[in-house]
Design a protein around this ligand. Structure first.
Ligand SMILES: Cc1ncc(C[n+]2csc(CCOP(=O)(O)OP(=O)(O)O)c2C)c(N)n1
Ligand SMILES: [Mg+2]
Length: 318
């Protein structure tokens, strides 16, 4: 990793962090609507994976989607407007946090259906494969999606048809309030797909350069027409499953340990140690992100709520 890449990734991570910290406040004051799942503590995966992609590569996300959308280049003002239910939102304010889509930047969508994005990603990858395009599809999912039947169906077809798709698992050890050991005997998701014979690896998701390197190798191969691949990133969500979760299951020692491993803090320390940035530059990156988010909130507040009549325009059947 070089200085420019590290600085770019820090910028993206800070934008995600500031966006989500602002969303916490806006949710509490009832200005953001719907169920909200945050990725605070896991921003490094979104930044490193999406930071390597082109606009014409496709990304599918799940219910914890803000970071993926921001890192893939979706405009933060329109994302904020979407969460606030405004008509300038990426889905005209009708989708909200779990239904973000920005096809222009290759962000093909969030979904509230756990694992439901896997077969959809396969369709995009099959299209690119048949077109002999060098476009790559990435699908993010959690460890909780792995026990769903369509996970196995999707992995099987992707392997059989050698599709240019990269499965990126953010394994935070929890599916809602249930720890992985309570719902599976297989600790590593990369081991679940072992029999299919394609390349897979597990990295620490808080080690942003490690994610960058591992994903980069898979991406080059997938661009060259190989696939599929699976990258498992071990992460941690520093907030509840959703905003409002009482978190009775949370282990204080793990919380402390992961606070020290925070990806934003880790990469900042590395950048300072390497002399890529000084303290002033580090503070400026954070401040710029904060200002951009405030600008996004202003934009969203100025945008009107959608007219009720729009709901009739958007139905297909009479
Ligand atoms: C098909 C389906 N089953 C169950 C749910 C309820 N549900 C919402 S999030 C979640 C856990 C998902 O865990 P994981 O995939 O590990 O993602 P994480 O929340 O940890 O990021 C479940 C079971 C759902 N939304 N969709
Ligand atoms: Mg999980």
């Amino acid at each position: 990793m070089d200085a420019d890449v590290a600085i770019g990734l820090l910028r993206t991570m800070w934008r995600i962090r500031c966006f989500e910290e602002r969303v916490v406040q806006l949710k509490r004051s009832l200005q953001v609507h719907g169920l909200i799942h945050l990725s605070i503590g896991g921003e490094g995966v979104a930044a490193a994976v999406c930071g390597r992609l082109r606009d014409d590569d496709a990304v599918y996300s799940g219910h914890r989607a803000h970071g993926h959308a921001i890192a893939k280049g979706a405009p933060i003002d329109r994302l904020m407007a979407e969460l606030m239910g405004r008509s300038d939102g990426v889905c005209r304010g009708l989708g909200g946090s779990m239904h973000l889509v920005d096809a222009e930047h290759g962000f093909m969508g969030a979904t509230g259906v756990v694992g439901g994005n896997l077969p959809l990603a396969l369709g995009t990858a099959l299209t690119h494969h048949l077109q002999e395009a060098d476009r790559v599809t990435v699908v993010f999912f959690g460890d909780g999606a792995v026990q769903a039947g369509h996970f196995n169906e999707s992995i099987n077809l992707a392997a059989l048809w050698r599709l240019p798709v990269i499965f990126v698992c953010e394994n935070n050890g929890f599916a809602e309030f249930t720890s992985r050991e309570e719902h599976s005997t297989i600790e590593r998701v990369s081991d679940v797909v072992a029999p299919y014979g394609f390349e897979r690896t597990t990295v620490k998701g808080s080690d942003v350069p490690a994610v960058w390197e591992a994903f980069g190798g898979f991406l080059d191969a997938a661009r060259g027409g190989e696939g599929p691949f699976l990258l498992e990133c071990l992460t941690y969500r520093r907030r509840g499953h959703y905003e409002g979760d009482q978190q009775k299951y949370r282990d204080a020692a793990a919380e402390q340990e992961w606070a020290e491993r925070d990806p934003v803090a880790q990469l900042t320390r590395r950048a300072l140690d390497e002399g890529w940035i000084d303290d002033e530059a580090a503070a400026a990156i954070e401040a710029e992100a904060g200002e951009a988010i405030e600008e996004a909130v202003r934009f969203a507040r100025e945008s009107p709520f959608p007219e009720p009549a729009i709901t009739a325009e958007l139905v297909y059947a009479r």
